[in-house]
Design a protein around this ligand. Structure first.
Ligand code: NAP
Length: 248
């Protein structure tokens, strides 16, 4: 098991779902975790309480990471409080699905800003501190939708494909300073984001997953923990697909 003692991690969108699972996994392995939330303060505070109850350190910070001022303040709070940021997990994400003819431009903008712009903003805010310390791990939560494309998700697929491009470009830029940048592309994981998919679609999806099941939140959290670990020091610019074989 990788150990993150003395490591400071910021996880965006950590109040629920996959982000919550990532925050808990990093904390269980010893990291101090900044639990970012947007509209779920109670859920975020509960996670902090739990982490503290198991002997860890954490704090909840509200920020709409699609907004520059909020994203910058989130990272600044982490650095001011704990002195540095070692691990940044850009996880916050939303969907606004529709066929392109029915999709409003504002739904395109919301998804791009929340899923992609946020990762750019948080990375920009964190990178100086990481480069100065000559250590950093940035992990962007993409999706198989960004690799395969998904009908009805032109906005979401574009945002998730954009994250893969951002990962590669930034990985090249900051590699000389010991900072790695990778992406994790989950397949389907049961969370608030996916719970309302029509049953017919769910059944169809299952047929395309060689391992025959949806992913668990922990499947994604373990992949993130690996990429955040010292054992992954020679991996950068990579997209680790965690999808039961769906996209191969
Ligand atoms: P979820 O359960 O709906 O949780 C989304 C999280 O994002 C919440 O904690 C929410 O915080 C946060 N968030 C949303 N907008 C935000 C904003 N503007 N600023 C800060 N935080 C914001 O979703 P999930 O399924 O865990 O998804 C997490 C990530 O994994 C997303 O990037 C998603 O695209 C990706 N992913 C999910 C799946 C899947 O099958 N579930 C598959 C592939 C990729 P509040 O509740 O506090 O607002």
């Amino acid at each position: 098991m990788a150990q993150f003692t003395d490591r400071v991690a910021v996880v965006t969108g950590a109040s629920r779902g996959i982000g919550r699972g990532i925050a808990l996994e990093l904390a269980k392995r010893g990291a101090t975790v900044v639990v970012n939330y947007h509209s779920s303060p109670d859920a975020a505070n509960e996670i902090v309480k739990y982490i503290v109850s198991i002997g860890g350190a954490a704090m909840a910070v509200r920020a709409d990471v699609s907004q520059e001022e909020d994203a910058t303040a989130l990272i600044k709070t982490a650095i001011d409080t704990y002195g540095k940021i070692d691990i940044l997990v850009n996880n916050a994400g939303v969907t606004r699905d529709n066929v392109i003819m029915m999709m409003k431009a504002e739904d395109f903008d919301t998804v791009i800003n929340t899923n992609l712009r946020s990762a750019w903003l948080c990375s920009k805010a964190a990178i100086r501190s990481m480069m100065r310390k000559r250590y950093g791990r940035i992990i962007n939560i993409s999706s198989v939708s960004g690799i395969l494309g998904n009908g009805g998700q032109s906005n979401y697929s574009a945002s998730k494909a954009g994250l893969i491009g951002l990962t590669k470009a930034l990985a090249r830029e900051v590699a000389p300073r010991g900072v790695t940048v990778n992406a994790v592309a989950p397949g389907f994981v049961l969370t608030d984001l996916t719970k309302d998919l029509p049953e017919e679609m769910t059944n169809q999806l299952n047929e395309h997953i060689p391992l025959g099941r949806w992913g668990e939140i922990e499947d994604v959290a373990y992949a993130v923990a690996f990429l955040a670990s010292d054992q992954a020091a020679y991996i950068t610019g990579h997209t680790l697909v965690v999808d039961g074989g769906m996209a191969m």
